[in-house]
Design a protein around this ligand. Structure first.
Ligand code: NDP
Length: 451
């Protein structure tokens, strides 16, 4: 059978763009459809603009701390509109690069919503029908909202980037990455911040990491309310009055709901092709990202394996290798390092102490110290590092860091952990002095109550 394309990709985010251009580079005739902007969640309304806001928000403490280093600093002020303009321009620039990469790779772009008609055919928003030997779904995810009265008064993370002015006060609902990162961003920019969650912060993270973060965020003046659920939001005089199930009320200008993300499969026509989804709506795939329909694959957040950009990219590359390079490749989801861009930042890889204890006899190494940069600044905030080791083999099972640049540090530590380094390997590595990272190779004494 003759097809219009070898590959048709739906969704030009991290996974889709990478799969499209790598497949084209392998000689495939490729097209891609995108109903919104090129770059997807990460570039347009996620990781990248968020990180720019993290940088912006860190200046308030840096300006304060500069005085301890002899600088005379005038009264600082922050201009939300100026940041928004600069940030938006950078996102436009990156979006342009994504488009040009696709064009340069010979990928045909369709700026439309695409819907499956069957396992080889898509219908575009303008009614055009296109056929392909293989279809790759990479439509990503969308914010998932909780349910309570007055939900129309909340914004989601996408909306933050459209806010024309800085809220004076904000409530972030949720204890995950998005809620906590934006809580710290807004605090740094001068907004009064409250965070609430039904359980605790960063469920599934190492207990010491969570405790350290809660302590640090609380010390900065962020109001953390855990173990409560909002039941109703009403708007009065331009303010949101949020009532909780314990009877407490929080009054703020803006409410952000950051309670997870769900696969974006709306209007995709999955039923036309008979594609199986799980209870949460995620497309079910095998280890090669193939759905139950052999001509249709899916990568990234729409498959809800691990909701992270580098994972989607790896899945996209493994897909191209499998389908267009005759080299079946399964993306490796073991030992994924991540950073949470809270302030202080978190970097983590491998097992938490709690996870490790379930299957291993462990030795725990932990240090908490005031980093050198904070001393003259007069800032009390501490860094925490923790290494989880399997006692019989001495293998490092997990590394967890909370503090300055921990995202940068964990990337390097991740190589060692992935290579199955032992604690002895860490110990015989010469320290880089004076740094915070050197503590990772100088922790000699296990935590006595944890051995
Ligand atoms: P997370 O899954 O990280 O956290 C969701 C939070 O919302 C949890 O605290 C959860 O509570 C709470 N929650 C979930 N459902 C409900 C509900 N129905 N009612 C009330 N509370 C609820 O999701 P995020 O939205 O923060 O982020 C989505 C994903 O995006 C992350 O999983 C992450 O993979 C990715 N991301 C990664 C970043 C990074 O790498 N730095 C940055 C931002 C996002 P509980 O714990 O009790 O379930």
């Amino acid at each position: 059978m003759q097809f219009d394309y070898d590959l048709f990709v739906i969704g030009a985010g991290s996974g889709g763009v990478r799969a499209a251009r790598v497949s084209a580079g392998m000689g495939a005739k490729v097209a891609i459809a995108e109903e919104s902007r090129y770059g997807g969640t990460c570039v347009i309304r996620g990781c990248v603009p968020k990180k720019l806001m993290v940088y912006a928000s860190q200046y308030s403490e840096m300006i304060e701390d500069a005085r301890g280093y002899g600088w005379t600093v005038g009264e600082p002020s922050f201009d939300w509109a100026a940041l928004k303009t600069a940030r938006d321009a950078e996102i436009d620039r990156l979006e342009g690069i994504y488009g040009r990469i696709l064009d340069g790779s010979g990928v045909t772009r369709y700026p439309h919503h695409a819907r499956l008609l069957d396992g080889h055919t898509v219908e575009l928003g303008d009614g055009t029908r296109v056929s392909a030997k293989t279809i790759l779904i990479a439509t990503g995810g969308r914010p998932a909202l909780p349910s309570f009265e007055g939900l129309q008064h909340v914004i989601v993370s996408d909306d933050i980037f459209d806010l024309e002015s800085q809220p004076k006060s904000i409530l972030c609902i949720g204890g995950g990455y998005i809620s906590l990162e934006f809580a710290c961003v807004f605090h740094g920019l001068g907004t009064a911040v409250t965070v609430s969650n039904r359980s605790t912060v960063l469920r599934g993270y190492d207990g010491d990491v969570r405790d350290h973060l809660v302590e640090a965020m609380t010390a900065k003046g962020i109001d953390l309310r855990m173990g409560v659920n909002p039941v109703e939001i009403v708007e009065k005089d331009g303010m949101k009055h949020v009532t909780y199930d314990d009877g407490s009320v929080v009054v703020v200008e803006t409410v952000l709901a950051a309670t997870g993300r769900k696969p974006y499969v709306d209007g995709l026509g999955l039923e036309n092709a008979g594609i199986t989804v799980d209870a949460g709506g995620a497309i079910v795939v095998d280890e090669f990202s193939c759905t139950n329909v052999p001509s249709v694959y899916a990568v990234g957040d729409v498959t809800d394996r691990v909701q992270l950009t580098p994972v989607a990219i790896r899945e996209g590359m493994a897909f191209a290798e499998t389908v267009f390079n005759d080299n079946p490749t399964s993306p490796d989801h073991e030992l994924i390092a991540t950073a949470v861009f809270t302030q202080p930042e978190i970097g983590t890889i491998g097992l938490t102490e709690e996870q490790a204890r379930q299957e291993h006899e462990v030795v725990i190494y932990r240090t908490t110290f005031r980093p050198m940069i904070n001393v003259l600044a007069g800032r009390d905030e501490k860094t925490m590092m923790k290494i989880v080791v399997d006692r019989p083999s001495d293998r490092v099972l997990g590394v967890h860091i909370v503090g300055h640049h921990s995202g940068e540090m964990i990337q390097c530590a991740a190589i060692a952990v992935k290579m199955r380094a032992t604690k002895a390997d860490f110990d015989r590595t010469m320290a880089v002095h004076p740094t915070s990272a050197e503590e990772l190779v100088t922790m000699r004494d296990p935590v006595s109550d944890h051995t």
